[in-house]
Ligand binder design. Structure first.
Ligand SMILES: C[S@@+](CC[C@H](N)C(=O)[O-])C[C@H]1O[C@@H](n2cnc3c(N)ncnc32)[C@H](O)[C@@H]1O
Length: 588
């Protein structure tokens, strides 16, 4: 079967199938065409289908070429007129000829269709098409983070956005269609909202990393964490594609003292090696490669918090995989417009796949049946119970991640965020983390609203009090956003954890005295000195030592090792082999 026949089948897939186009293409094993090519062809044809339908009908292509179906006609005309590479068929192929011989007529109809839409150029028409295809992204601005590592807001206003009118309110940017408008966000520094439909990805500022297209809410975590020189190194635990990693680097730079201060590193872990490559590209383009160490394929949960490499980590940003229920436009697909089939009876024309115009299968699918997480994984959810068990599984992973982060010896700041709207993944995780042993032992508390950076203190959408057991401080400390509420942002959640510096270093790290750098104090023979007696440990029989190890239980991570650079077993995780695993693949 040719690329076009496979694409036509996908274009017309029954609305009841209920899976995303991506899943339908990439998970199928029986396709003969390259999946990426097939996916792009179907998606683009769908986006352009209103224009293509016009062209096919006005040129009477289906009357002239009786073997062509409406779907095939859309796909072939798309490639003939819009694909840089043209038709993906030999010229001699019957399908190729069926449209190529009408190229003149089709091109004229394309020009007419463009002019009817008042688009002076094909690029202008492309922008219109993209904007229409944005589906439920309508009602949102395009959020642009100005990358302070490479440029300034002032410079961008004078260059990339020089033809944009300064709006007096966000609403103007969202609703205006006729002109280009921009607005400087009052909450997050270096953030602009600009009108949708602008092909910003073609600008020099975008391709050179001076501007980054990032939803406002997704800028909250790095801004809330607010890492400063005194916080030392920073970890981004779940980093790809790197929006927050690069934002962290920019925030660090903005706080860098003018006088000499020790270099700070952002450690960016990413479990998925493929996504780690994207991370690497993004960090390079954004100009923060030198200060970022990427752990490609590195599971953060297998990183030993007590490894010397992370001894200076004062702040961690956790943005783990989640249900993605807050993402805007995630499930929307452009509407499919099919040309009328020649000779089709009215009844036939009304069947799925033969209609003049119908919502694309994907958009019409019952969305509550699919839970698509923010890594693109899909779980079919048939009932409330299925949804609950999926959320529980996600929440359990998210909590493990937070608890792991709270163990880093010198850490005093952690942010936890999701693009989920579900309390199970948000306030409930925060509550459990605060009630955990590690949080109590180490003095971790919620970062209260009044102690937050000014922009987020002023943001008035806060956590759900009922999900925080009515604790006002915690609920107010949590920051939320909801899609579709007029603020122009995606559904998001972020909370910060803080503790006083050094509060419990001695308590937490076992029974031995440590110096101010956290290194165990030893006597002349290398024996660690006990806090309880001020005396070095005395050597005893192996049996007696084993008894001590069992007795010391989860308090004593060093009891099995006399070398602090060697990873020991942690108190309540399974880091046994992490010493060997960590940072095996540094890019620099
Ligand atoms: C929500 S995305 C992160 C988005 C990213 N913070 C940004 O703003 O561009 C979650 C990422 O975490 C990665 N991930 C999930 N579990 C992980 C783990 N245990 N260790 C490291 N990375 C993990 C996923 O592969 C995914 O790329």
């Amino acid at each position: 079967m040719s690329l076009y026949h496979e694409a036509a089948e996908l274009l017309l897939t029954s609305p009841n199938e209920g899976r995303s186009l991506k899943a339908r293409v990439f998970r199928r094993k029986d396709l003969k065409s390259p999946p990426a090519q097939l996916y792009a062809l179907v998606l683009e044809t769908c986006k352009w289908s209103a224009v293509l339908k016009d062209i096919v009908e006005k040129s009477e292509l289906l009357r002239l070429e009786r073997k062509l179906t409406p779907a095939l006609a859309l796909l072939l005309v798309h490639d003939l007129l819009l694909s840089k590479k043209g038709l993906a068929l030999p010229q001699s192929h019957g399908l190729s000829q069926s449209v190529a011989k009408h190229k003149g007529r089709l091109s004229s109809e394309f020009t007419r269709a463009r002019l009817r839409r008042k688009a002076p150029t094909v690029d202008a028409l492309r922008e219109q098409v993209e904007a229409e295809a944005a589906g439920d992204a309508e009602g949102y601005p395009r959020w642009v983070r100005v990358n302070a590592l490479k440029t300034t807001v002032e410079e961008q206003l004078e260059t990339t956005f020089m033809n944009y009118e300064r709006a007096s309110a966000l609403k103007e940017v969202i609703t205006t269609k006729a002109r280009q408008a921009m607005w400087i966000d009052p909450h997050v520094p270096n953030l602009l909202a600009v009108t949708q439909g602008t092909a910003l990805f073609k600008t020099e500022a975008y391709t050179s990393g001076k501007i980054i297209l990032q939803d406002k809410a997704s800028c909250f975590p790095a801004y809330l964490l607010d890492p400063r020189a005194e916080d030392g190194d920073v970890i981004d635990a779940c980093a790809a594609p790197g929006n927050k990693t690069t934002h962290l680097a920019a925030v660090l730079r903005s706080h860098r003292p003018e006088f000499d201060s020790p270099p700070q590193t952002v450690y960016a872990f990413e479990k998925d090696p493929g996504r780690a490559k994207t991370l690497e590209k993004m960090v390079t383009i954004a100009g923060s490669r030198k200060t970022t160490k990427i752990g490609p394929g590195q599971d953060f949960l297998r990183v030993n918090p007590h490894d010397q490499r992370y001894a200076n980590v004062g702040a961690l940003l956790l943005d783990p995989s989640c249900s993605g229920s807050g993402i805007v436009g995630r499930d929307s697909m452009p509407e499919l417009h099919l040309p009328e089939a020649i000779g089709a009876s009215k009844k036939k024309a009304a069947e799925p796949g033969k209609t003049l115009k119908r919502k694309h299968a994907e958009a019409a699918a019952p969305e509550e049946n699919i839970l698509r997480d923010d890594d693109g994984n899909e779980t079919i959810v048939k009932s409330e119970k299925d949804l609950q068990s999926r959320l529980e599984a996600l929440a359990s992973f998210q909590l493990t991640l937070v608890l792991h982060a709270l163990k880093f010896p010198r850490a005093t700041k952690v942010t936890y965020s999701t693009c989920s709207i579900h309390a199970e993944e948000n306030e409930s995780v925060v509550m459990k983390a605060l009630q955990s042993d590690v949080a109590r032992r180490r003095g971790w508390k919620i970062l209260k609203r009044e102690d937050q950076v000014s922009g987020l203190r002023d943001w008035d959408v806060r956590g759900l009090s009922e999900a925080c057991d009515g604790d006002k401080d915690i609920a107010e400390g949590c920051i939320r956003s909801y899609k579709g509420d007029g603020r122009g942002v995606m559904g998001f959640f972020v909370a910060g954890f803080v503790r006083a510096p050094g509060e419990d270093l001695l308590e937490e790290e076992g029974p031995y005295i440590r110096d101010e750098d956290g290194v165990i104090v030893r006597d002349g023979q290398g024996m660690p000195v006990l806090k309880s007696t001020g005396e070095p440990v005395t050597l005893r029989s192996r049996d007696a030592e084993e008894e001590d190890f069992v007795d010391d239980g989860d308090d004593d991570i060093e009891s099995a090792s006399t070398d602090s650079s060697n990873s020991g077993s942690d108190d309540d995780d399974d880091d046994d082999d992490c010493g060997e695993d960590e940072w095996a693949g540094f890019g620099d």
